[in-house]
Each structure stands twice: as structure tokens, then as C-alpha cells.
Ligand binder design. Structure first.
Ligand code: APR
Length: 306
């Protein structure tokens, strides 16, 4: 398997390290900044004898080298800077994504593409339209990261190992996300049996603002350890044909009563990418929140240069 990661910044290079160490495939790091991807690849290569992992990793500033990739991860883009509106970020990242997606379409028409660049659900939709790829082969990483954050916060609140927790978050990768307590469990027992509704809501709220909390503490840049772990888990599920249930930003065509939008839902992930969209039995309130998020996303879709 050849896995190309476009954007060798924090998320891209940490994803490369994780995948390389796990021997998931041959990794190519790509960045528009001259020398950056090559430098990081050499550094990662030097770690091989020390870590005793004989992985293959290369770096390039020429995107043409992605040719032959089976899986492509797109982390290229800008993070929001102080004073920059969401609309400006949307326009700037859409321009970067367009350029990258046209190259992918040309050089790797049969590849599976995972979008990581924010605003995630909009960029995933945009990438689908630009490439014309089938929606089971192009999707976004978002809610599986949010589910990781939710599980961590539940574990800390209840003093149970986070590894015993199965957390579920659906919806947009942003403020409208829906951490679902009824579908989150500790060793099979619903979270609702451990905490009351007020506590569930507090944990859900903390999950929604976790990314912003990290950004404000870091001072510059945004989270990358957990995001790269979430990307690597999706790539591994595909390469190893795991058929795991992972939340991804998927194009919906009637599922959940929603059409023509990309949003986070649980999916069965395997060698063919999305092998099934899992429809949870949501409460009326959850369903209507999800639908309102789609209305907001659709309003923003009109700002994409399609
Ligand atoms: N082609 C290749 N690489 C590009 C291009 C391009 N056209 N445009 C920008 N890049 C590169 C930048 O040079 C930079 O190295 O993308 C990289 C982005 O890295 P960081 O700025 O470190 O951002 P990171 O924290 O990795 O986040 C990347 O993922 O989680 C999202 O919101 C986040 O949209 C952001 C993306």
C-alpha cells in the first residue's frame, strides 16, 4: 500500500510517524514548502534504527509524486489566525483543496481520499465535487476525533479507564456536533446509567469546546496528537480491512432523512472505504438538531467556489 499525506505540518507529519511505526504501508509526505516534507521524512527515517522499525518514508514538494497512491490524506491548508473570519478561511482552504484535488483526480483516480482540512464537512463536500469521486472513496476525519475527546472526558469524570469507553459523536465537526450519551457506553453499559442528564450535557459541552480549549492554550496552531491518531485509525481500518465502525464525514443521500451534504455519521470502514452507513435510532430532539446543522452547512456550501 502506498499512502500519501498532503501537508507535512503538525497533523500530516504526526500521522506519518504513527502509520510508519505501525508498518501500515509506504508513506509519502508532500508539502508545498520546499524542503519541509523531505526534511521531515529524513528525520523520521533516522528514527528507524533507534525505534527498530524498518518502515519506508519519503518526502517531496512535487505533488506529481503521489502517482500510484492507494490512500491519500489531505491535511494541506491553513489554520484560522486571529482576525481571520471563517469565510476567509473557507475561501483560502477551498483554493488549496481545489488545486490538490485536481492533481489527485489526474494522478490517482482509483485512490481512497481522507480529508482532514477544516472546515471539515464543507471541505469534504467540496473535495467530492472537485474530484467527482464516489462518496464511499472520499470522506472526512472529524467525529472520530470528537468521540475520542468525549471518551477521555467521560473516563476522567467517572475515574474509569478510557479504554473501557465506547463513545459516540455524530454531526458536524464543529459547534453543532452531537455527543450521544445513549449510544456511548462503558463496557457495554449505557453512559446514561452512570451519569444524570445534566452531567451528560456538561461532558458533551466540554467535548464541543475541547479543540478551542487546546488552541487557546497552545497560543499558535491547533491540536495534532489526537487528530493524527484518529486519521491513522481510519487508514489502518482501510488497509487491514477491519470493517470497524468509525464515525466519518460521509456524503448522505437519504440516510437520516438527509441529502446532498457531508456530515459525521458512524460508518463501517474497510478495504473499500465506507462499506456502509450506520443509521442510529436518534431521539426526536437529536434528529432535529442534526437536521438544523445540515441547514447551516448547506448555507455555507453556497460560498464554495463550485
Ligand atoms: N500543497 C501541499 N501542502 C500545502 C499546500 C498545498 N497546496 N498548502 C498548504 N500546505 C501545507 C503547509 O505548508 C503546511 O505545512 O499544509 C501544512 C499544514 O500544516 P499546519 O499548518 O501545521 O496545520 P495542521 O495543524 O497540520 O492542520 C492541518 O488539519 O486539523 C486540520 O484545521 C486543521 O485545516 C488544518 C489542517
Amino acid at each position: 500500500m502506498k499512502i500519501s499525506i498532503i501537508g507535512a505540518g503538525n497533523v500530516g507529519s504526526t500521522t506519518a510517524l504513527r502509520l510508519a511505526q505501525e508498518g501500515v504501508g509506504d508513506i509519502l509526505l508532500v508539502d508545498i514548502v520546499k524542503g519541509l516534507a523531505q526534511g521531515k521524512a529524513l528525520d523520521l527515517e533516522d528514527a528507524r534504527p533507534i525505534l527498530k522499525f524498518n518502515y519506508s518514508i519519503e518526502g517531496t514538494d512535487d505533488i506529481v509524486n503521489i502517482k500510484g497512491s492507494d490512500i491519500i490524506v489531505i491535511t494541506a491548508g491553513l489554520a484560522r489566525k486571529p482576525g481571520m473570519t471563517r469565510e476567509e478561511l473557507l475561501a483560502k482552504n477551498a483554493a488549496i483543496l481545489k488545486e490538490v484535488c485536481l492533481k489527485i483526480k489526474e494522478s490517482c483516480p482509483g485512490s481512497i481520499v481522507i480529508v482532514v482540512t477544516n472546515p471539515l464537512d464543507l471541505m469534504t463536500y467540496f473535495a467530492l465535487k472537485v474530484t467527482g469521486f464516489s462518496p464511499d472513496k472520499l470522506f472526512g476525519m472529524g467525529v472520530s476525533l470528537d468521540a475520542g475527546r468525549f471518551a477521555n472526558l467521560i473516563g476522567k469524570e467517572l475515574n474509569v479507564p478510557c479504554t473501557d469507553i465506547d463513545a459516540c459523536v455524530i454531526g458536524p465537526h464543529g459547534e453543532g456536533m452531537l455527543p450521544l450519551s445513549a449510544f456511548s457506553s462503558i463496557k457495554g453499559v449505557s453512559l446514561n446509567k452512570f451519569v444524570d442528564e445534566a452531567k451528560c450535557e456538561e461532558l458533551a459541552r466540554k467535548t464541543v469546546y475541547r479543540g478551542a480549549e487546546i488552541v487557546s492554550l497552545l497560543g499558535s496552531g491547533s491540536a495534532y496528537y489526537a487528530p493524527s491518531a484518529a486519521v491513522a485509525a481510519i487508514v489502518k481500518a482501510i488497509v487491514k480491512d477491519e470493517k470497524r465502525n468509525i464515525g466519518v464525514s460521509a456524503y448522505l443521500n437519504g440516510e437520516y432523512g438527509i441529502k446532498d451534504v457531508c456530515i459525521g455519521v458512524p460508518c463501517r470502514m474497510g478495504r473499500n472505504g465506507i462499506e456502509g452507513i450506520i443509521e442510529l435510532a436518534l431521539s426526536e430532539k437529536e434528529r432535529s438538531t442534526l437536521h438544523s446543522s445540515c441547514v447551516s452547512l448547506k448555507q455555507l456550501l453556497s460560498q464554495l467556489p463550485l
